[in-house]
Ligand binder design. Sequence first.
Ligand code: 5RP
Length: 289
Amino acid sequence: MLEYLDWGKRNRMRQIIQSDGRVLMLAVDHGYFMGPTTGMEVPAKSVVPLLPYVDALMLSPGILRTQIDANLSKIAWVLRASGCNSILDEDIDNESLILTALEAIKLNASAIAVSIYVGSEHQHQTLKNLAEAIADASQYNLPVLGVTAVGKKLKDKREKRYLALASRIAAEFGADMVKTYYCEGFEEVVAKTPVPIVVAGGPKLDTYKDVLELTYQSIQCGAAGVDMGRNIWQSDYPVAIIQGVRAIIHQNYSVKEALQLVESLQTEENKRVPLFVETQEDLEASKIH
Ligand code: 5RP
């Protein structure tokens, strides 16, 4: 797998996608446009208990520098490289690049992540961001994760025709991996995208079964894994649900088996203790994409 890549890039990709061809990426980059998102107000506190179950962590450069112990090894860093907007704008698609490939290499990143908002007002700008990031990153054999983001206005466009279009464009530009949403007929999105796909979790789902189904179906349809955030760290038992997700990805658990595992891990010790009062308004704000 990935033999078509140069050695340096293949080696970095291998730090992310494990030898079984699968990956559990934990997404904690939400603050780059949502600020101190509920459940991720103090990233170090939320992230550290989850690290033993993570292959790769997707995060912003400032959070890596300030919240993650530089002595940690065995985890791949995928650094958010596009941004420059916030939830206070009418939409979140007006992005520029926020990180050069050289800065990412200096932070020992295994890849950078750039969002594209296909079909949005700033489609052109965000596609240019991806093209520029790929050209920059290729100087260092640094892989690029193309993120098919939807923002506020295109929130409901999570269907296979749209996602296949956006994912394919990212791959055509030279993205080494694509992160997109799961949808009905997802195997078609995977088949039409000639690079590994990771699936975003999206806003928090109602039950653990829903999260495990999403993971299971994604893998069955050919995804390499997930790049999941809120459904893990906003849940009541993050350390439990992440292990269920991991068991599906790396141990081919069924949903039923994974659910049993999650239930067995719902102990007092694994319960998430909110650091701040969590208001409905804050939770709703975290669901905008
Ligand atoms: C924002 C992102 C997030 O990393 C992405 O949304 C994944 O997290 P979640 O599972 O919470 O949706 O790329 O554009």
